[in-house]
Design a protein around this ligand. Structure first.
Ligand code: CU
Length: 143
């Protein structure tokens, strides 16, 4: 009986260790989508993460507008991204789109977990007109 109890204890501690590793494994970026009068933006609690699994916890803090967050890879932060003037938004099929939390109502939140390689990324709201209103934020993924 004593040996069995010991084995059970080892299993329990192994399970605890792997659960901890799973939490450590993902890096969380908290993202707030906001607007105030005629300005709007995306705020994050970190602008740099390490390569690997990244979870974006996205909250729309607006009182009245729908916002969203796309993850777009760029070569440089000065890139001119393919823009559809008529629809006043980026061509989503012409940018390096890594996923999105789509169209959040005011006060709604959503999550996106993806693997990102080292490089430069933009978090963009692609609701009509919002990109031009500078509703985007830089994210650097380091090796
Ligand atoms: Cu927006």
């Amino acid at each position: 009986m004593k040996a069995l109890a010991k084995i059970a204890l080892v299993f329990i501690s192994l399970a605890a260790i792997s659960a901890q590793a799973a939490i450590k494994d993902t890096q969380v970026v908290n993202v707030k989508l906001w607007d105030q009068g005629s300005t709007m933006g995306i705020s994050t609690d970190r602008s740099q993460v390490k390569t690997g699994k990244i979870t974006f916890a996205v909250e729309n803090d607006s009182l009245s507008l729908v916002h969203e967050m796309l993850v777009v890879r760029v070569v440089s932060f000065d890139d001119t991204l393919p823009y559809d003037e008529e629809k006043a938004r980026l061509y989503e099929d012409r940018v390096a789109d890594f996923g999105e939390v789509t169209e959040l109502e005011p006060n709604q939140s959503g999550e996106l977990a993806i693997n990102l390689k080292p490089g430069k990324y933009l978090l963009v709201c692609n609701m009509p007109g919002h990109y031009k209103m500078k509703m985007y934020s830089d994210l650097v993924v380091t090796p």
